[in-house]
Design a protein around this ligand. Structure first.
Ligand SMILES: [Mg+2]
Length: 263
């Protein structure tokens, strides 16, 4: 394919979750694990209450409420704080308090939300693995002299996401790490790509954006002039978008795309 507006790719920017890191199944596993912990804590608190408790609360109920709350925030909140798991746990507990008569003080549970947040990220980090060809692809791109970057959504606080990136070992590869805390706006806000262009000093046409979620990762990058790559490594979807220049099934195909453009 001929691209008249760019001659050479100098930077490749990646989304992280489900692009470089297979986080999807780890996330579901983590949510189920946390729902069990909260259900156990509720049971423990109920066992300390003298009067008869009429209602119990299963981990399935907690998981359902947590997922409803997560969906109300994900891809709706523009502020990075909206992706805080601490906030999601607090809202889940408040919701439980409104909906069920568990006979315990929910304040005690709400006070646990810092601890729940920590357990959540520790467990998720232990489960989420990089895709098989992630590191070799980044190594190969670097050896070609390309700059590497990430634009990744906040985990509610910058340091949580930075720690998570360090745990995967990806931090060593990036010249630029932008979490949406840096711009104060979650993706798809165009300010994130504008920020990358500014700090890298490159033209958008010299940059590739790779992501798994086209509406979030690619549409505004394309508007700015980035070359866009939709990675479908973790999904099977027969859907196409005009603003997507390339579709791949394995992250290593980014190397072929760069070689083709820079030939
Ligand atoms: Mg993603």
């Amino acid at each position: 394919m001929f691209w008249p507006f760019h001659k050479e790719v100098k930077l490749v920017c990646f989304d992280i979750d489900n692009t470089l890191c297979d986080s999807g199944s780890a996330e579901s596993e983590t949510e189920a694990y946390m729902a069990e912990i909260i259900a156990k804590d509720i049971k423990k608190l109920q066992s300390k209450v003298k009067r008869k408790i009429k209602h119990s609360c299963s981990s399935v109920t907690i998981l359902k409420i947590f997922n409803d709350i997560k969906n109300s925030h994900m891809h709706h909140d523009l502020e990075p704080e909206g992706f805080s798991r601490n906030l999601w746990f607090k809202e889940t507990i408040e919701h439980l308090d409104n909906d069920t008569n568990l006979g315990i003080s929910m304040n005690t549970l709400i006070k646990n939300s810092d601890m729940y947040e920590k357990k959540y990220w520790d467990f998720l980090s232990s489960k989420a693995k990089l895709f098989p060809n992630t590191l070799s692809t980044l190594d190969s791109l670097r050896s070609k002299g390309l700059k590497l970057a990430t634009i990744t959504d906040s985990d509610g606080k910058r340091e949580i996401k930075i720690n998570r990136i360090k745990t995967t070992g990806l931090d060593k590869y990036f010249d630029y790490v932008i979490t949406t805390d840096d711009t104060g706006l979650n993706k798809p806000a165009i300010e994130n790509w504008q920020h990358l262009v500014k700090i890298s000093g490159l033209k958008p046409s010299e940059c590739i954006m790779v992501g798994d979620h086209p509406d979030i990762d690619l549409v505004n990058a394309k508007k700015l002039g980035f070359i866009t790559v939709w990675t479908k490594e973790h999904l099977n979807m027969d859907l196409h978008h005009k603003y997507v220049n390339y579709e791949i099934k394995d992250i290593k195909e980014v190397i072929d795309i760069v070689e083709k453009i820079n030939r």
